[in-house]
Design a protein around this ligand. Structure first.
Ligand SMILES: Cc1cc2nc3c(=O)[nH]c(=O)nc-3n(C[C@H](O)[C@H](O)[C@H](O)COP(=O)(O)OP(=O)(O)OC[C@H]3O[C@@H](n4cnc5c(N)ncnc54)[C@H](O)[C@@H]3O)c2cc1C
Ligand SMILES: NC(=O)c1ccc[n+]([C@@H]2O[C@H](COP(=O)([O-])OP(=O)(O)OC[C@H]3O[C@@H](n4cnc5c(N)ncnc54)[C@H](O)[C@@H]3O)[C@@H](O)[C@H]2O)c1
Length: 474
């Protein structure tokens, strides 16, 4: 049986769901093919459960450290099973937004199955041949499993198992210290697991500004998380029910291993060759209109590599909808893409790092304001970290980096300014006292202060001017 659509979307995660719902609401005839269940990584094994687990762990940490406020408690008694139930309850509360019923109600034909292209215009699934004016590949990514001798035999967890564990590991070695390793590492540690983070890089969160990553690393060390940098596991063995990781110069013995060593695109089973769609190990190749090498087939979200975030998947989906349903004119623009790693302190970022900016421009000015001098941060006993705004001498904002309490919320002021190409002075307007966002206005004020400090001529003119005024008023 052949069915004709305006759009066939393959993959029902963050990217595919946005494309399918928006397209069907324009009146287009849309099919959505999903091999497992709607919602994707973000709902089931990503953003939603990780942030819920992090919240539970923050509560545990606050309780343990409440004596700073003169509040004395017993060390918290953590019922890990109940914590996991909480995480699953949050998923259940959000799940209806992504349910097949909701999408069918919007007019989308939701088809469950693992299909493949049979030619450049036809996708075969569940015995049906789907033809369409355009296709969208939005099949996401999965954890990359490093080729380590004995890893498979020893057994390991990834983000796909960790939120449904029915027992808490006493000790956990985490391979990879990117956002997943750091967020989950701190959360498990705060819930009572002994955590050892293994990073092949020089430090944690290697994609972030090194000064920012250093603040997180110091906090992790303060909390008692073990960090092994510049190391790779060479071999794993089982000994007396313990998993023994051989790092070459040292061995560590743990209950469980969590692999968080990057992502691999889901595209093998799609028979992309039959459709003329080229790809590599990073993902499906796309142009700036998100067309693949077959211009009638689009791709977005994690499957194209790049910025692997839910909000970016949503942004790319919006570009695909316009190009695939109407005219392919809209191009992606990644100049202002924010993201946050939800460790404590949080790490939020938008735009260029100081290093990237200095590689591109000669007139870079760095404005750095610590949280220690933000009164609200003092009141909240959360003085770690800083905001760093990267500008040019004309006030153009090139990037913003905040490490500290609520950084993921505070960054949006910089995001708005960058989106609308406002100069850094736009951030120095009146801010409510005492708020954490004052870190932005204080950083922005440094622009004028630093410029004034360098402008000796202006300083001399003003000195003379005031001396004159004093003379007149005598
Ligand atoms: C632990 C963790 C925490 C994260 N936290 C955050 C966060 O806080 N904020 C943030 O912005 N991002 C976060 N992310 C990233 C975010 O989850 C992803 O960027 C986002 O889910 C990508 O959406 P997607 O639609 O491209 O892919 P997915 O959500 O993975 O969806 C792809 C869908 O395609 C389906 N599929 C796969 N193959 C096929 C096939 N052959 N046929 C049909 N269907 C198929 C899958 O079953 C899945 O439903 C996190 C990720 C992880 C792992
Ligand atoms: N808060 C958020 O927005 C959030 C949270 C989690 C994940 N994510 C998304 O998911 C993506 C994947 O996260 P991730 O942490 O798995 O990947 P990542 O690629 O960001 O980090 C993985 C780290 O593991 C290291 N590594 C790789 N192989 C290793 C090995 N054998 N031994 C030790 N270290 C090794 C890499 O060098 C890298 O530093 C992120 O890049 C991000 O886009 C976002």
């Amino acid at each position: 049986m052949t069915v004709e659509y305006d759009l066939v979307v393959i993959g029902g995660g963050s990217a595919g769901l946005v494309v399918a719902s928006a397209a069907s609401q324009t009146g287009a005839k849309v099919a959505l093919v999903e091999k497992h269940r709607l919602g994707g990584d973000c709902l089931w094994f990503g953003c939603v459960p990780s942030k819920s687990l992090i919240q539970a762990s923050r509560i545990a940490y606050s309780v343990k450290h409440s004596d700073r406020f003169g509040i004395y408690t017993q060390p918290p008694d953590i019922d890990f099973t109940k914590t996991i139930h909480y995480v699953q309850d949050v998923i259940r509360a959000i799940e209806p937004n992504d349910s097949p019923e909701r999408f069918r109600g919007l007019g989308v034909n939701v088809i469950f199955g693992d299909g493949q292209f049979i030619d450049s215009k036809t996708f075969l699934v569940d015995g049906q041949k789907l033809t369409a004016r355009a296709f969208v590949i939005a099949t996401g990514s999965r954890p990359t499993i490093p080729d380590i001798e004995g890893l498979k035999e020893a057994g390991y967890l990834t983000n796909e198992q960790v939120f449904t564990l029915n027992h808490q590991p006493k000790s956990l070695a985490i391979i990879g210290a990117g956002p997943i390793g750091c967020e989950l590492g701190q959360a498990f540690h705060r819930l009572g697991t002994e955590v050892i983070l293994i990073s092949s890089q020089n430090g944690l969160l290697s994609k972030e500004d090194p000064e920012v990553a250093q603040v997180v690393e110091q906090q992790f060390i303060k909390e008692g998380i073990s960090i092994i940098n510049n190391s790779k596991v060479v071999k794993i063995e089982i000994n007396h029910n313990q998993k023994v990781l051989d790092l070459g110069n040292t061995k560590i013995s743990v209950d469980e291993i969590l692999v968080s060593a990057g992502r691999t695109p889901n595209l093998e089973s799609l028979n992309l060759e039959a459709a003329g769609v080229e790809f590599n190990n990073k993902g499906v190749q796309v142009n700036s209109k998100l067309q693949t090498t077959n211009p009638k087939i689009y791709a977005c979200g994690d499957v194209i590599g790049g910025y692997q975030f839910t909000h970016v998947a949503g942004y790319e989906a919006s570009i695909v909808i316009q190009n695939a349903l109407f005219f392919p004119l809209k191009k992606t623009n990644y100049r202002v893409i924010p993201w946050t790693t939800f460790t404590e302190p949080e790490v939020a970022r938008v735009g260029l790092t100081e290093k990237q900016a200095k590689e591109q421009y000669k007139d870079v000015i760095v404005l750095k304001q610590d949280f220690y001098h933000v009164d609200r941060a003092q009141a909240e006993n959360a003085t770690e970290g800083f905001a760093k705004i990267i500008t040019r001498s004309n006030g153009e904002i090139l990037g913003g980096h905040i490490v500290g309490v609520s950084a993921g919320e505070i960054i949006h002021e910089i995001v708005l300014a960058m989106t609308h190409k406002l100069p850094v002075s736009a951030l120095s307007g009146i801010h409510v006292y005492p708020t954490l966002s004052e870190v932005n206005s204080k950083a922005a004020l440094l622009f004028t202060k630093q410029k004034y400090a360098k402008n000796v001529r202006l300083q001399n003119i003003l000195k003379k001017f005031f001396s004159l005024l004093r003379g007149w008023s005598r």
